[in-house]
Design a protein around this ligand. Structure first.
Ligand code: BES
Ligand code: ZN
Length: 590
Protein backbone atom coordinates (compact mmCIF):
# COMPACT_ATOMS: atom_id res chain seq x y z
CA UNK A 1 0.00 0.00 0.00
CA UNK A 2 1.48 3.32 -1.03
CA UNK A 3 1.41 6.06 1.56
CA UNK A 4 2.18 9.56 0.34
CA UNK A 5 3.83 11.63 3.04
CA UNK A 6 4.97 15.08 1.92
CA UNK A 7 6.89 15.67 5.17
CA UNK A 8 9.64 13.14 4.44
CA UNK A 9 12.18 12.06 1.81
CA UNK A 10 11.67 8.45 2.82
CA UNK A 11 11.16 5.99 -0.02
CA UNK A 12 9.66 2.88 1.51
CA UNK A 13 10.32 0.90 -1.68
CA UNK A 14 14.04 1.01 -0.80
CA UNK A 15 13.55 -0.71 2.56
CA UNK A 16 12.80 0.08 6.18
CA UNK A 17 14.83 0.63 9.32
CA UNK A 18 13.98 -1.96 11.98
CA UNK A 19 16.30 -1.23 14.89
CA UNK A 20 18.87 1.41 15.88
CA UNK A 21 21.73 1.18 18.42
CA UNK A 22 22.75 4.65 19.59
CA UNK A 23 25.96 5.76 21.26
CA UNK A 24 25.47 9.36 22.29
CA UNK A 25 27.97 11.74 23.83
CA UNK A 26 26.49 14.92 25.27
CA UNK A 27 28.67 18.01 24.98
CA UNK A 28 27.30 21.06 26.79
CA UNK A 29 30.21 23.32 25.86
CA UNK A 30 29.70 22.94 22.10
CA UNK A 31 25.97 22.25 22.42
CA UNK A 32 26.25 19.24 20.20
CA UNK A 33 25.70 15.51 20.43
CA UNK A 34 28.39 13.17 19.10
CA UNK A 35 26.56 10.12 17.88
CA UNK A 36 27.25 6.74 16.39
CA UNK A 37 24.21 4.89 15.12
CA UNK A 38 24.07 1.33 13.93
CA UNK A 39 20.96 0.70 11.86
CA UNK A 40 19.40 -2.68 11.21
CA UNK A 41 17.15 -3.00 8.21
CA UNK A 42 13.98 -5.01 7.85
CA UNK A 43 15.45 -6.65 4.76
CA UNK A 44 18.82 -6.40 2.96
CA UNK A 45 19.05 -3.24 0.85
CA UNK A 46 20.72 -3.07 -2.53
CA UNK A 47 21.91 0.28 -3.91
CA UNK A 48 20.59 3.54 -2.45
CA UNK A 49 18.84 4.49 0.73
CA UNK A 50 17.40 7.98 1.37
CA UNK A 51 17.27 9.28 4.91
CA UNK A 52 15.88 12.49 6.36
CA UNK A 53 18.40 14.72 8.06
CA UNK A 54 18.61 18.31 9.25
CA UNK A 55 22.00 20.02 9.53
CA UNK A 56 23.71 16.75 10.46
CA UNK A 57 27.50 16.82 10.20
CA UNK A 58 28.16 13.32 8.87
CA UNK A 59 31.72 12.10 9.41
CA UNK A 60 31.66 8.47 8.41
CA UNK A 61 29.36 5.84 6.91
CA UNK A 62 30.16 2.18 6.65
CA UNK A 63 28.51 -1.19 6.14
CA UNK A 64 30.07 -4.57 6.88
CA UNK A 65 33.59 -3.16 6.90
CA UNK A 66 33.16 -1.09 3.71
CA UNK A 67 33.12 2.68 3.59
CA UNK A 68 29.88 3.92 2.07
CA UNK A 69 29.64 6.88 -0.24
CA UNK A 70 27.06 9.48 0.53
CA UNK A 71 25.73 12.79 -0.64
CA UNK A 72 23.34 15.37 0.81
CA UNK A 73 21.26 16.03 -2.28
CA UNK A 74 17.99 17.85 -1.84
CA UNK A 75 17.95 20.83 0.55
CA UNK A 76 14.86 22.42 1.96
CA UNK A 77 14.21 24.90 4.76
CA UNK A 78 11.42 22.71 6.19
CA UNK A 79 12.36 19.18 5.18
CA UNK A 80 16.09 19.52 5.73
CA UNK A 81 18.63 17.68 3.58
CA UNK A 82 18.04 14.37 1.89
CA UNK A 83 20.91 12.10 2.83
CA UNK A 84 21.61 9.74 -0.05
CA UNK A 85 23.53 6.66 1.07
CA UNK A 86 25.04 4.84 -1.88
CA UNK A 87 26.46 1.47 -2.75
CA UNK A 88 24.66 -0.79 -0.32
CA UNK A 89 25.33 -4.38 -1.33
CA UNK A 90 22.43 -6.32 0.09
CA UNK A 91 23.49 -5.03 3.51
CA UNK A 92 21.16 -5.56 6.47
CA UNK A 93 22.96 -3.06 8.61
CA UNK A 94 25.13 0.04 8.37
CA UNK A 95 26.71 2.54 10.73
CA UNK A 96 26.86 6.35 10.71
CA UNK A 97 29.12 8.59 12.77
CA UNK A 98 28.09 12.24 13.03
CA UNK A 99 27.55 15.35 15.08
CA UNK A 100 24.33 17.29 15.53
CA UNK A 101 24.18 20.99 14.71
CA UNK A 102 23.95 23.78 17.25
CA UNK A 103 20.79 24.62 15.29
CA UNK A 104 19.24 21.17 15.70
CA UNK A 105 15.52 21.91 15.87
CA UNK A 106 14.67 19.06 18.19
CA UNK A 107 17.12 20.10 20.89
CA UNK A 108 17.02 22.85 23.41
CA UNK A 109 20.21 23.52 25.35
CA UNK A 110 19.67 25.58 28.47
CA UNK A 111 22.16 27.49 30.59
CA UNK A 112 22.19 26.79 34.30
CA UNK A 113 20.40 30.11 34.82
CA UNK A 114 17.41 28.86 32.82
CA UNK A 115 16.75 25.97 35.21
CA UNK A 116 15.00 25.88 38.57
CA UNK A 117 18.22 24.98 40.42
CA UNK A 118 20.43 27.47 38.62
CA UNK A 119 23.64 25.42 38.96
CA UNK A 120 23.74 22.93 36.12
CA UNK A 121 22.85 23.06 32.43
CA UNK A 122 19.91 21.20 30.91
CA UNK A 123 19.08 19.58 27.58
CA UNK A 124 15.79 18.27 26.27
CA UNK A 125 14.45 17.03 22.95
CA UNK A 126 11.09 17.55 21.24
CA UNK A 127 10.84 15.49 18.05
CA UNK A 128 7.19 15.72 17.08
CA UNK A 129 6.37 16.33 14.34
CA UNK A 130 9.44 16.16 12.05
CA UNK A 131 12.42 17.15 14.18
CA UNK A 132 13.95 13.74 14.97
CA UNK A 133 15.95 14.16 11.74
CA UNK A 134 17.93 16.95 13.41
CA UNK A 135 19.18 14.45 16.03
CA UNK A 136 19.88 11.44 13.79
CA UNK A 137 19.38 10.56 10.12
CA UNK A 138 16.23 8.47 9.88
CA UNK A 139 13.11 7.64 7.96
CA UNK A 140 11.32 10.48 9.71
CA UNK A 141 7.76 9.45 9.01
CA UNK A 142 5.29 8.01 11.52
CA UNK A 143 4.69 5.09 9.17
CA UNK A 144 8.10 3.56 9.96
CA UNK A 145 8.59 2.00 13.41
CA UNK A 146 11.80 0.77 14.97
CA UNK A 147 13.09 -0.51 18.29
CA UNK A 148 16.27 0.89 19.79
CA UNK A 149 18.94 0.71 22.43
CA UNK A 150 21.05 3.64 23.59
CA UNK A 151 24.12 4.49 25.64
CA UNK A 152 24.25 8.11 26.72
CA UNK A 153 27.40 9.61 28.20
CA UNK A 154 26.90 12.79 30.24
CA UNK A 155 29.14 14.95 32.43
CA UNK A 156 29.27 13.91 36.07
CA UNK A 157 26.53 15.35 38.23
CA UNK A 158 23.96 15.13 35.46
CA UNK A 159 21.32 12.49 34.85
CA UNK A 160 20.15 11.25 31.45
CA UNK A 161 16.61 9.98 30.95
CA UNK A 162 14.97 8.69 27.80
CA UNK A 163 11.50 7.67 26.70
CA UNK A 164 12.69 4.09 27.10
CA UNK A 165 13.56 1.57 29.79
CA UNK A 166 16.64 2.37 31.84
CA UNK A 167 18.80 -0.76 31.95
CA UNK A 168 21.96 0.44 33.64
CA UNK A 169 24.04 3.29 35.01
CA UNK A 170 27.83 3.30 35.10
CA UNK A 171 29.76 5.95 36.95
CA UNK A 172 33.04 6.89 35.36
CA UNK A 173 35.64 9.51 36.05
CA UNK A 174 34.13 12.79 34.98
CA UNK A 175 31.43 11.05 32.96
CA UNK A 176 28.39 8.91 33.70
CA UNK A 177 27.01 6.36 31.28
CA UNK A 178 23.27 5.65 31.13
CA UNK A 179 21.90 2.66 29.20
CA UNK A 180 18.41 2.37 27.77
CA UNK A 181 16.35 0.11 25.62
CA UNK A 182 13.06 0.46 23.83
CA UNK A 183 11.86 -3.03 22.96
CA UNK A 184 8.53 -1.83 21.53
CA UNK A 185 8.68 -0.42 17.99
CA UNK A 186 8.17 3.36 17.91
CA UNK A 187 7.94 5.97 15.16
CA UNK A 188 10.84 8.47 15.09
CA UNK A 189 8.79 11.32 16.57
CA UNK A 190 8.56 9.42 19.86
CA UNK A 191 12.34 9.32 20.36
CA UNK A 192 13.13 11.49 23.39
CA UNK A 193 16.12 12.41 25.52
CA UNK A 194 16.68 14.69 28.50
CA UNK A 195 19.80 15.53 30.49
CA UNK A 196 19.85 17.61 33.64
CA UNK A 197 20.00 17.67 37.39
CA UNK A 198 17.08 15.28 37.72
CA UNK A 199 15.65 13.75 40.85
CA UNK A 200 13.17 10.87 40.78
CA UNK A 201 10.23 10.04 43.06
CA UNK A 202 8.15 6.91 43.05
CA UNK A 203 4.39 7.58 42.91
CA UNK A 204 2.96 4.07 42.58
CA UNK A 205 4.01 0.60 41.44
CA UNK A 206 4.26 1.64 37.79
CA UNK A 207 4.36 5.43 38.11
CA UNK A 208 6.91 8.02 39.11
CA UNK A 209 8.07 11.56 38.45
CA UNK A 210 11.36 13.15 37.36
CA UNK A 211 12.05 16.80 38.09
CA UNK A 212 14.79 19.07 39.29
CA UNK A 213 15.24 18.63 43.06
CA UNK A 214 13.73 22.10 43.59
CA UNK A 215 10.37 21.06 42.10
CA UNK A 216 10.20 17.35 42.86
CA UNK A 217 8.06 17.69 46.01
CA UNK A 218 5.45 19.86 44.35
CA UNK A 219 5.42 17.61 41.30
CA UNK A 220 5.03 14.44 43.34
CA UNK A 221 2.01 15.94 45.09
CA UNK A 222 0.45 17.28 41.90
CA UNK A 223 0.65 13.93 40.07
CA UNK A 224 0.03 11.59 42.99
CA UNK A 225 -3.09 10.23 41.27
CA UNK A 226 -1.37 8.99 38.14
CA UNK A 227 -1.56 5.34 39.14
CA UNK A 228 -5.35 5.60 39.60
CA UNK A 229 -5.55 7.23 36.21
CA UNK A 230 -3.62 4.40 34.62
CA UNK A 231 -5.96 1.83 36.06
CA UNK A 232 -8.95 3.76 34.70
CA UNK A 233 -7.32 4.14 31.28
CA UNK A 234 -6.70 0.39 31.10
CA UNK A 235 -10.37 -0.32 31.72
CA UNK A 236 -11.28 1.71 28.66
CA UNK A 237 -8.36 1.00 26.34
CA UNK A 238 -6.95 -2.38 27.33
CA UNK A 239 -3.67 -3.37 28.98
CA UNK A 240 -0.85 -0.81 29.19
CA UNK A 241 1.92 -2.36 27.10
CA UNK A 242 4.84 -0.01 27.79
CA UNK A 243 5.91 -1.10 31.27
CA UNK A 244 6.29 2.02 33.39
CA UNK A 245 4.54 5.37 33.14
CA UNK A 246 6.65 8.23 34.47
CA UNK A 247 6.30 11.95 33.95
CA UNK A 248 9.11 14.47 33.59
CA UNK A 249 8.83 18.14 34.55
CA UNK A 250 10.77 20.35 32.15
CA UNK A 251 12.01 23.90 32.52
CA UNK A 252 9.49 26.65 31.60
CA UNK A 253 10.59 27.00 27.97
CA UNK A 254 9.09 23.62 27.03
CA UNK A 255 6.88 24.63 24.08
CA UNK A 256 3.94 22.32 24.76
CA UNK A 257 1.65 21.46 27.63
CA UNK A 258 2.67 17.88 27.32
CA UNK A 259 4.33 15.44 24.96
CA UNK A 260 3.40 11.77 25.08
CA UNK A 261 6.91 10.30 24.83
CA UNK A 262 6.50 6.57 25.56
CA UNK A 263 7.01 5.58 29.21
CA UNK A 264 7.96 9.18 29.99
CA UNK A 265 5.49 11.99 29.35
CA UNK A 266 7.24 15.36 29.06
CA UNK A 267 5.37 18.14 30.89
CA UNK A 268 5.43 21.90 31.19
CA UNK A 269 6.14 23.07 34.75
CA UNK A 270 3.01 25.23 34.43
CA UNK A 271 1.05 21.98 34.87
CA UNK A 272 1.95 22.23 38.55
CA UNK A 273 -0.87 24.43 39.79
CA UNK A 274 -0.74 23.32 43.41
CA UNK A 275 -4.37 22.24 43.11
CA UNK A 276 -4.21 19.08 40.98
CA UNK A 277 -6.45 21.19 38.76
CA UNK A 278 -4.67 20.42 35.51
CA UNK A 279 -5.51 16.74 35.51
CA UNK A 280 -6.90 16.73 31.98
CA UNK A 281 -3.40 17.34 30.63
CA UNK A 282 -2.03 14.15 32.22
CA UNK A 283 -5.11 12.20 31.22
CA UNK A 284 -4.54 13.34 27.65
CA UNK A 285 -0.86 12.39 27.51
CA UNK A 286 -1.51 9.08 29.24
CA UNK A 287 -4.29 8.21 26.78
CA UNK A 288 -1.76 8.73 23.97
CA UNK A 289 0.03 5.61 25.26
CA UNK A 290 -2.75 3.81 23.36
CA UNK A 291 -4.11 6.32 20.86
CA UNK A 292 -0.98 7.63 19.18
CA UNK A 293 1.79 5.48 20.58
CA UNK A 294 0.21 2.04 20.21
CA UNK A 295 -1.76 2.99 17.12
CA UNK A 296 0.00 5.80 15.29
CA UNK A 297 -1.20 8.07 12.51
CA UNK A 298 0.49 6.85 9.33
CA UNK A 299 1.05 10.41 8.10
CA UNK A 300 0.48 13.84 9.66
CA UNK A 301 -2.58 14.19 7.40
CA UNK A 302 -4.12 11.55 9.68
CA UNK A 303 -3.23 13.54 12.82
CA UNK A 304 -6.86 13.31 14.00
CA UNK A 305 -6.34 9.56 14.53
CA UNK A 306 -3.82 10.54 17.22
CA UNK A 307 -5.38 13.64 18.72
CA UNK A 308 -9.12 13.11 18.10
CA UNK A 309 -9.01 9.62 19.59
CA UNK A 310 -6.92 10.88 22.49
CA UNK A 311 -9.32 13.72 23.21
CA UNK A 312 -12.18 11.23 23.10
CA UNK A 313 -10.40 8.88 25.53
CA UNK A 314 -9.47 11.82 27.77
CA UNK A 315 -13.15 12.76 28.02
CA UNK A 316 -14.17 9.21 28.89
CA UNK A 317 -11.52 8.84 31.63
CA UNK A 318 -12.33 12.29 33.02
CA UNK A 319 -16.00 11.35 33.17
CA UNK A 320 -15.20 8.43 35.46
CA UNK A 321 -12.77 10.38 37.65
CA UNK A 322 -14.44 13.78 37.84
CA UNK A 323 -18.05 13.20 36.85
CA UNK A 324 -20.29 13.99 33.92
CA UNK A 325 -20.97 17.57 35.04
CA UNK A 326 -17.31 18.34 34.47
CA UNK A 327 -17.01 16.61 31.09
CA UNK A 328 -20.24 18.26 29.90
CA UNK A 329 -18.70 21.61 30.79
CA UNK A 330 -15.47 20.71 28.97
CA UNK A 331 -17.44 19.71 25.90
CA UNK A 332 -19.48 22.87 25.59
CA UNK A 333 -16.32 24.86 26.13
CA UNK A 334 -14.45 22.80 23.51
CA UNK A 335 -17.27 23.18 20.98
CA UNK A 336 -17.22 26.98 21.35
CA UNK A 337 -13.47 27.05 20.91
CA UNK A 338 -13.64 24.75 17.92
CA UNK A 339 -16.22 26.94 16.21
CA UNK A 340 -14.22 30.07 17.01
CA UNK A 341 -11.02 28.60 15.56
CA UNK A 342 -12.84 27.38 12.45
CA UNK A 343 -14.22 30.86 11.93
CA UNK A 344 -10.77 32.33 12.35
CA UNK A 345 -9.16 29.91 9.88
CA UNK A 346 -12.12 30.05 7.51
CA UNK A 347 -14.90 27.48 7.59
CA UNK A 348 -14.06 26.32 4.08
CA UNK A 349 -10.35 25.94 4.74
CA UNK A 350 -9.00 22.43 4.09
CA UNK A 351 -7.33 22.75 7.51
CA UNK A 352 -10.79 22.23 9.01
CA UNK A 353 -11.14 18.76 7.41
CA UNK A 354 -10.22 15.77 9.58
CA UNK A 355 -8.14 14.31 6.76
CA UNK A 356 -5.66 17.12 6.24
CA UNK A 357 -4.44 18.30 2.83
CA UNK A 358 -1.74 16.25 1.12
CA UNK A 359 0.32 19.18 -0.09
CA UNK A 360 1.60 20.56 3.22
CA UNK A 361 5.19 19.61 3.99
CA UNK A 362 5.42 21.57 7.25
CA UNK A 363 3.64 19.28 9.69
CA UNK A 364 3.90 21.83 12.51
CA UNK A 365 1.65 24.15 10.55
CA UNK A 366 -1.12 21.52 10.88
CA UNK A 367 -1.18 21.92 14.60
CA UNK A 368 -4.51 23.49 15.41
CA UNK A 369 -7.09 22.26 17.88
CA UNK A 370 -9.37 21.14 15.03
CA UNK A 371 -8.20 17.50 14.78
CA UNK A 372 -8.55 17.29 18.58
CA UNK A 373 -12.12 18.45 19.00
CA UNK A 374 -13.67 17.75 15.63
CA UNK A 375 -12.11 14.28 15.83
CA UNK A 376 -13.50 13.75 19.32
CA UNK A 377 -16.97 14.95 18.31
CA UNK A 378 -16.97 12.59 15.33
CA UNK A 379 -16.12 9.61 17.55
CA UNK A 380 -18.81 10.64 20.04
CA UNK A 381 -21.25 10.75 17.14
CA UNK A 382 -20.29 7.15 16.30
CA UNK A 383 -20.77 6.20 19.95
CA UNK A 384 -24.29 7.72 20.07
CA UNK A 385 -25.37 5.65 17.07
CA UNK A 386 -24.32 2.25 18.38
CA UNK A 387 -24.53 2.93 22.12
CA UNK A 388 -21.74 3.03 24.64
CA UNK A 389 -21.54 -0.70 25.27
CA UNK A 390 -20.94 -1.61 21.65
CA UNK A 391 -18.60 1.30 21.13
CA UNK A 392 -16.54 0.23 24.14
CA UNK A 393 -16.22 -3.25 22.70
CA UNK A 394 -15.16 -1.67 19.41
CA UNK A 395 -12.44 0.32 21.19
CA UNK A 396 -10.96 -2.82 22.71
CA UNK A 397 -11.02 -4.66 19.37
CA UNK A 398 -9.46 -1.67 17.65
CA UNK A 399 -6.59 -1.46 20.15
CA UNK A 400 -5.86 -5.16 19.95
CA UNK A 401 -6.10 -5.29 16.16
CA UNK A 402 -3.72 -2.43 15.31
CA UNK A 403 -1.33 -2.32 18.26
CA UNK A 404 2.20 -1.20 17.35
CA UNK A 405 1.05 -0.29 13.87
CA UNK A 406 0.74 2.95 11.96
CA UNK A 407 -2.66 3.55 10.46
CA UNK A 408 -4.10 5.83 7.79
CA UNK A 409 -7.59 7.32 7.95
CA UNK A 410 -8.80 5.14 5.07
CA UNK A 411 -7.72 1.91 6.77
CA UNK A 412 -9.41 3.09 9.96
CA UNK A 413 -12.66 3.75 8.09
CA UNK A 414 -12.52 0.28 6.50
CA UNK A 415 -12.20 -1.21 9.94
CA UNK A 416 -15.02 0.95 11.33
CA UNK A 417 -17.27 -0.13 8.46
CA UNK A 418 -16.54 -3.81 9.04
CA UNK A 419 -17.08 -3.61 12.80
CA UNK A 420 -19.85 -1.03 13.11
CA UNK A 421 -21.69 -0.77 9.77
CA UNK A 422 -24.63 1.06 11.42
CA UNK A 423 -22.41 4.08 11.89
CA UNK A 424 -22.29 4.58 8.13
CA UNK A 425 -26.10 4.47 7.90
CA UNK A 426 -26.65 7.22 10.44
CA UNK A 427 -23.54 9.38 10.42
CA UNK A 428 -22.30 11.22 7.36
CA UNK A 429 -18.80 9.86 7.71
CA UNK A 430 -17.67 11.25 4.37
CA UNK A 431 -18.63 14.75 5.44
CA UNK A 432 -17.03 14.49 8.89
CA UNK A 433 -13.73 13.26 7.51
CA UNK A 434 -13.29 14.87 4.12
CA UNK A 435 -15.33 18.07 4.18
CA UNK A 436 -14.48 21.33 5.91
CA UNK A 437 -16.36 22.84 8.85
CA UNK A 438 -18.61 21.10 11.35
CA UNK A 439 -21.70 19.12 10.17
CA UNK A 440 -25.00 20.80 11.08
CA UNK A 441 -26.48 17.46 11.97
CA UNK A 442 -24.83 16.41 15.21
CA UNK A 443 -25.45 16.06 18.93
CA UNK A 444 -25.01 19.36 20.73
CA UNK A 445 -23.38 19.20 24.13
CA UNK A 446 -25.26 20.77 27.06
CA UNK A 447 -24.00 21.79 30.46
CA UNK A 448 -25.77 23.52 33.35
CA UNK A 449 -22.38 24.68 34.62
CA UNK A 450 -21.83 26.36 31.29
CA UNK A 451 -25.36 27.84 31.41
CA UNK A 452 -24.44 29.58 34.67
CA UNK A 453 -21.55 31.22 32.87
CA UNK A 454 -23.76 32.12 29.92
CA UNK A 455 -26.22 33.85 32.29
CA UNK A 456 -23.39 35.90 33.74
CA UNK A 457 -22.25 36.80 30.24
CA UNK A 458 -25.80 37.80 29.20
CA UNK A 459 -26.17 39.94 32.32
CA UNK A 460 -22.88 41.63 31.53
CA UNK A 461 -24.22 42.52 28.09
CA UNK A 462 -27.06 44.28 29.97
CA UNK A 463 -24.55 46.18 32.06
CA UNK A 464 -24.69 43.99 35.18
CA UNK A 465 -21.38 42.61 36.37
CA UNK A 466 -21.18 39.34 38.32
CA UNK A 467 -20.57 39.65 42.06
CA UNK A 468 -17.54 38.13 43.74
CA UNK A 469 -19.66 35.51 45.56
CA UNK A 470 -21.16 34.39 42.29
CA UNK A 471 -17.82 33.41 40.75
CA UNK A 472 -15.99 32.35 43.87
CA UNK A 473 -16.59 28.64 43.52
CA UNK A 474 -16.49 28.44 39.79
CA UNK A 475 -14.71 25.50 38.20
CA UNK A 476 -11.51 26.36 36.31
CA UNK A 477 -13.32 25.66 33.03
CA UNK A 478 -16.13 28.03 34.03
CA UNK A 479 -13.63 30.83 34.45
CA UNK A 480 -12.05 29.97 31.11
CA UNK A 481 -15.52 29.91 29.50
CA UNK A 482 -16.36 33.27 31.02
CA UNK A 483 -13.16 34.89 29.77
CA UNK A 484 -13.59 33.36 26.33
CA UNK A 485 -17.22 34.50 26.19
CA UNK A 486 -16.54 38.15 26.99
CA UNK A 487 -16.63 40.64 24.12
CA UNK A 488 -13.22 41.16 22.51
CA UNK A 489 -12.99 44.68 23.93
CA UNK A 490 -14.35 45.84 27.27
CA UNK A 491 -13.99 48.92 29.46
CA UNK A 492 -10.59 49.23 31.16
CA UNK A 493 -12.26 49.48 34.57
CA UNK A 494 -14.04 46.18 33.85
CA UNK A 495 -10.68 44.53 33.11
CA UNK A 496 -9.56 45.64 36.56
CA UNK A 497 -12.82 44.46 38.13
CA UNK A 498 -12.67 40.96 36.65
CA UNK A 499 -8.99 40.67 37.51
CA UNK A 500 -9.98 41.33 41.12
CA UNK A 501 -13.08 39.16 41.55
CA UNK A 502 -11.71 36.19 39.59
CA UNK A 503 -8.49 36.46 41.64
CA UNK A 504 -6.48 35.74 38.53
CA UNK A 505 -3.07 36.73 39.85
CA UNK A 506 -3.43 34.35 42.78
CA UNK A 507 -4.34 31.37 40.61
CA UNK A 508 -1.09 31.40 38.70
CA UNK A 509 -2.73 29.57 35.80
CA UNK A 510 -1.22 30.32 32.38
CA UNK A 511 -4.40 29.44 30.47
CA UNK A 512 -6.33 32.06 32.45
CA UNK A 513 -3.48 34.56 32.10
CA UNK A 514 -3.41 34.10 28.35
CA UNK A 515 -7.16 34.60 27.83
CA UNK A 516 -7.30 37.52 30.22
CA UNK A 517 -4.24 39.34 28.87
CA UNK A 518 -5.65 39.12 25.35
CA UNK A 519 -8.81 40.92 26.51
CA UNK A 520 -6.77 43.55 28.38
CA UNK A 521 -4.52 44.18 25.39
CA UNK A 522 -7.44 44.60 23.00
CA UNK A 523 -9.20 46.82 25.55
CA UNK A 524 -6.15 49.11 25.87
CA UNK A 525 -5.68 48.31 29.52
CA UNK A 526 -2.06 49.41 29.48
CA UNK A 527 -1.53 48.55 33.13
CA UNK A 528 -1.30 44.93 32.01
CA UNK A 529 2.01 45.40 30.17
CA UNK A 530 4.40 44.42 33.01
CA UNK A 531 2.43 41.22 33.58
CA UNK A 532 2.42 40.39 29.87
CA UNK A 533 6.18 40.95 29.81
CA UNK A 534 6.69 38.65 32.77
CA UNK A 535 4.41 36.06 31.17
CA UNK A 536 6.48 36.06 27.99
CA UNK A 537 9.73 35.93 29.92
CA UNK A 538 8.78 33.02 32.11
CA UNK A 539 6.64 30.67 30.07
CA UNK A 540 7.07 28.97 26.70
CA UNK A 541 3.85 27.10 26.08
CA UNK A 542 2.97 27.97 22.48
CA UNK A 543 -0.76 27.37 22.80
CA UNK A 544 -0.94 30.26 25.27
CA UNK A 545 1.91 32.51 24.29
CA UNK A 546 1.27 32.84 20.54
CA UNK A 547 -2.26 34.25 20.86
CA UNK A 548 -0.90 36.90 23.25
CA UNK A 549 1.79 37.82 20.72
CA UNK A 550 -0.87 38.07 18.03
CA UNK A 551 -3.09 40.26 20.25
CA UNK A 552 -0.14 42.57 20.92
CA UNK A 553 0.58 42.83 17.21
CA UNK A 554 -3.02 43.86 16.54
CA UNK A 555 -3.62 46.55 19.18
CA UNK A 556 -2.26 49.97 18.30
CA UNK A 557 -0.82 50.77 21.75
CA UNK A 558 1.02 47.45 22.18
CA UNK A 559 2.38 47.05 18.63
CA UNK A 560 5.28 49.37 19.32
CA UNK A 561 6.38 47.33 22.35
CA UNK A 562 6.30 43.97 20.64
CA UNK A 563 9.52 43.85 18.61
CA UNK A 564 11.74 44.88 21.51
CA UNK A 565 9.92 42.55 23.89
CA UNK A 566 10.40 39.70 21.45
CA UNK A 567 14.13 40.44 21.06
CA UNK A 568 14.49 40.51 24.83
CA UNK A 569 12.80 37.14 25.46
CA UNK A 570 13.76 35.17 22.36
CA UNK A 571 16.82 33.49 23.89
CA UNK A 572 14.70 32.02 26.65
CA UNK A 573 12.42 30.23 24.25
CA UNK A 574 12.57 27.08 22.23
CA UNK A 575 13.49 27.39 18.54
CA UNK A 576 10.08 26.09 17.52
CA UNK A 577 8.44 28.83 19.58
CA UNK A 578 10.80 31.53 18.30
CA UNK A 579 10.08 30.47 14.74
CA UNK A 580 6.33 30.70 15.32
CA UNK A 581 6.62 34.08 17.09
CA UNK A 582 8.76 35.44 14.27
CA UNK A 583 6.14 34.28 11.78
CA UNK A 584 3.43 36.17 13.71
CA UNK A 585 5.52 39.34 13.80
CA UNK A 586 6.32 39.09 10.13
CA UNK A 587 2.66 38.66 9.20
CA UNK A 588 1.84 41.74 11.26
CA UNK A 589 4.48 43.73 9.38
CA UNK A 590 6.69 44.16 12.44
N1 BES B 1 1.33 15.47 20.94
C1 BES B 1 0.81 16.71 21.40
C2 BES B 1 1.80 17.84 21.29
C3 BES B 1 2.28 18.13 19.88
C4 BES B 1 1.40 18.22 18.82
C5 BES B 1 3.63 18.34 19.65
C6 BES B 1 1.88 18.48 17.55
C7 BES B 1 4.09 18.61 18.38
C8 BES B 1 3.22 18.68 17.32
C9 BES B 1 0.32 16.61 22.84
O1 BES B 1 -0.27 15.40 23.15
C10 BES B 1 -0.73 17.67 23.04
O2 BES B 1 -1.73 17.59 22.39
N2 BES B 1 -0.48 18.63 23.93
C11 BES B 1 -1.36 19.72 24.22
C12 BES B 1 -2.09 19.54 25.50
C13 BES B 1 -3.37 18.78 25.40
C14 BES B 1 -4.01 18.67 26.76
C15 BES B 1 -4.34 19.37 24.42
C16 BES B 1 -0.52 20.98 24.40
O3 BES B 1 0.70 20.89 24.42
O4 BES B 1 -1.09 22.05 24.52
ZN1 ZN C 1 -2.16 15.12 22.17
Amino acid sequence: MGIVDPTTYTDLAQGRIKHIDFRIGVNFSTRTLDIETKYQLQEPVQGSLYLDSYKIDLKKAHANGRELEWQFDAQDEVLGERLHLKGLQADSSFTLTFQTSIEARALQWLNASQTAGGNLPFLFSQCQATHARSIFPCQDTPSVRFTYSAEVEVPQGLVAAMAAEQVGVQEGSGQNLFRFQMPQPIPSYLFALVVGNLAFRELGPRTGVYAEPETIEAAAWEFAENEIKMNEAEKLLGPYLWGRYDVLILPPSFPYGGMENPRLTFLTPTAILGTRGHTSLITHELAHAWTGNLITNATWQDFWLNEGWTTYAETRITEVLEGKDVTDLHEVYDEKRLIAVMEQIGKDSPLTCLKLPADEKDADSFTTIIPYYKGCFFLQECEYVVGRERFDAFIQTYMARFQFQSLATEAFLDFLKAELPQVFEKVNVQQWIYEPGLPEERHRPKSYLYDEVQQALNAYQQGIKPAREQVQNWHRYQIMSFLQGLPGKIAVEDCRYFDDILELEKRNDVALFSYFYIICIASSDQSILPRVERFMETMGRMLYILPVVRAMSEAEWSRSHLRSLFERVRDRHHQITVRAMEETLKRAGL
